[in-house]
Design a binder for this molecule. Structure first.
Ligand code: ARG
Length: 563
């Protein structure tokens, strides 16, 4: 039973407001003392308090509501705690891993582009952010009924490949390349920039090399292909650790032979001009620098390839929406791209840049050109190893140690990322991130494992398993009510992530749910001689376990049963 929906329906009927309007007005009060839902009455007349009183008198209170109170301009609804407990826990118990699932997006397709690392360069922390945020949005959209296409727009084309080809031909060795491809290619890239300082003609050679590549020179293409394959192999190791997959790896290079067609399509709808030999779309009247479609030497640009990709995706997938999960430093790039798409007559509601701030390391900023980078794979392994040490210390007899260490180490990093509003910069802090207390992934996983262990213990010691037929009126402690409330609003929170493209709403919700659960656990003994109370509480524990598992999975984090 969807209590909120029921309340919205009778409020809409009573106030003559549209359902949608009531839905945007109704809210969960910050303080549970003010009820489960609050409806502000400002829209109903000059004196909202009188309006609230009138409304209160007019409503025929349904059974699932225990009281309706006027508090200033608000009408507050208090749900009947027994019905709330029964409906919520029964639903979780029967729906299990589908609790929270909806078909809001039925028949609608969304293309989500994320990760998109650059070939021949290390997989950076920005790409990690894009990967985990994108993967979470992918999961949320699928859970809510959308058909989702995930695209990894690999940075596998561009002038930097001209530089690499020049560097590799001058100084490269195959044996070295195969040993540790990305590190080696990076060192060549760094060397190129050092040498180019002394010898600027190298830049010229690199431009010519890239042009050759664009024109399909066989030998250059073969070399490029091997750089791409070797890099992808490394990226795939990271995706494997993170457990993410993509429907498409069509990167920038894929659009190479669509570029002329793309430029023609743009020109049909939007005026272009030549500026010092380069073909541009002037965006001055929108207070933006021009979008360059073709360089003076005929080469394409990052922008051209993005216009081509957008048109291609629109045509191929016919999506309701295209989502780009890319760092905030590319904001202007996407504003320009979107402006050109809009000028081409494509509805602005069809594309959105989901941007995010920096993940900062205490070690300081990174620069690929200077070779000063942090390798993500090393970061992930460091997290896993630190967790291994913690397990050795705290729970040395645990089986599946390796697996659990991976789930917890990787989960800690994912959670540290997703628990902050994506627009904010995050400071990377090993101790805080890996702590089993506080607002961390391991804390959630630990709470989940604790719930699992209570259930195991009940079964072993008391031979009492979980079942849905319990006396719900026994769950009358305030700690129990607080937990049930958190479980009940889980589906709403999932929708909130969809509406805002912000996973932290879910991450924070899970933290609150885990905290209320731990308070309950300290205040109320679960396993006891009072069989009826034990059964009711075991059901509650099982439901918490389930919601934590569902929520963690939506964030892309595993939930081990023991740790
Ligand atoms: N490869 C780019 C980078 O690492 C990110 C690609 C973003 N997506 C796009 N459609 N431009 O900076």
């Amino acid at each position: 039973m969807d209590f909120k929906k029921e309340i919205i329906t009778f409020l809409a009927a009573e106030t003559k407001l549209a359902q949608e309007e009531v839905e945007t007005l109704i809210a969960v009060p910050p303080d549970p003392k003010l009820g489960d839902y609050a409806f502000p009455c400002f829209k109903l007349g000059k004196n909202p308090k009188t309006e609230a009183e009138k409304l209160q008198a007019a409503i025929h209170k349904p059974d699932f509501i225990s009281r309706i109170e006027v508090a200033g301009p608000y009408l507050n609804f208090f749900l009947n705690p027994v019905i709330l407990a029964r409906e919520t826990l029964t639903e979780i118990y029967t729906q299990r891993k589908f609790y929270g699932k909806q078909d809001l997006g039925k028949g609608k397709r969304v293309v989500i582009e994320y990760s998109s690392p650059n070939i021949a360069k290390p997989f950076g922390i920005g790409h990690l952010r894009s990967t985990v945020i994108g993967d979470c949005l992918y999961k949320i959209h699928s859970f809510l009924g959308y058909t989702v296409v995930s695209v990894n727009h690999l940075g596998d084309w561009g002038t930097q490949f001209g530089k690499l080809l020049v560097a590799y031909r001058k100084w490269g060795e195959e044996k070295e390349l195969e040993k540790d491809p990305i590190k080696y290619l990076l060192s060549l890239y760094v060397k190129f920039h050092e040498e180019a300082e002394k010898n600027p003609s190298l830049e010229e050679q690199a431009r010519a090399e890239f042009k050759k590549l664009e024109d399909g020179d066989k030998e250059s293409l073969a070399l490029w292909e091997s750089f791409r394959e070797l890099s992808l192999e490394e990226f795939r190791r990271i995706y494997h650790l993170l457990d993410v997959e993509f429907d498409s790896y069509q990167g920038e290079a894929f659009y190479n032979n669509l570029l002329d067609k793309t430029i023609t399509s743009v020109q049909k709808k939007v005026p272009t001009t030549l500026s010092e030999g380069a073909l541009i779309v002037d965006l001055e009247q929108y207070s933006m620098p021009p979008l360059m479609l073709r360089k003076s030497d005929g080469a394409s640009t990052y922008h051209t390839r993005d216009v081509a990709a957008a048109l291609f995706r629109l045509q191929k997938y016919k999506p309701e929406k295209m989502v780009y999960v890319v760092g905030s430093e590319q904001k202007l790039h996407f504003q320009q791209l979107f402006k050109v798409l809009e000028l081409m007559g494509i509805d602005a509601s069809k594309y959105v840049h989901v941007d995010f701030g920096l993940f900062q390391f205490p070690e300081g900023k990174m620069s690929t050109r200077k070779g000063n980078v942090i390798f993500l794979e090393e970061v992930l392994h460091k997290a896993i190893n630190l967790v291994k040490d913690i397990i050795e210390e705290k729970n040395p007899t645990l089986h599946n140690k390796e697996d659990v260490a991976r789930m917890v180490g990787v989960g800690a990093i994912i959670f540290a990322d997703l628990s902050n509003d994506r627009l904010r910069n995050v400071m990377f802090d090993w101790d805080r991130m890996l702590s089993f207390e506080g607002e961390t992934g391991p804390y959630l996983q630990y709470t989940h494992a604790r719930a699992c262990s209570i259930l195991r213990k009940a079964e072993q010691e008391q031979e009492t398993g979980v079942g849905p037929y319990v006396n719900f009126s026994l769950l009358d402690q305030k700690e129990e009510a607080a937990v049930i409330k958190q479980l009940q609003i889980f589906p709403e929170i999932v929708v909130k992530v969809l509406q805002t493209d912000k996973p932290h709403h879910l991450a924070r919700h899970l933290i609150t749910a885990a905290q209320t659960f731990n308070e309950f656990y300290h205040a109320c003994p679960v396993i006891s001689d009072q069989k009826d109370s034990m059964k009711a509480r075991l059901l509650l524990v099982d439901c918490v376990r389930q919601v934590l598992e569902n929520g963690l999975h939506l964030l892309g984090i595993d939930a081990p049963e023991e740790m």
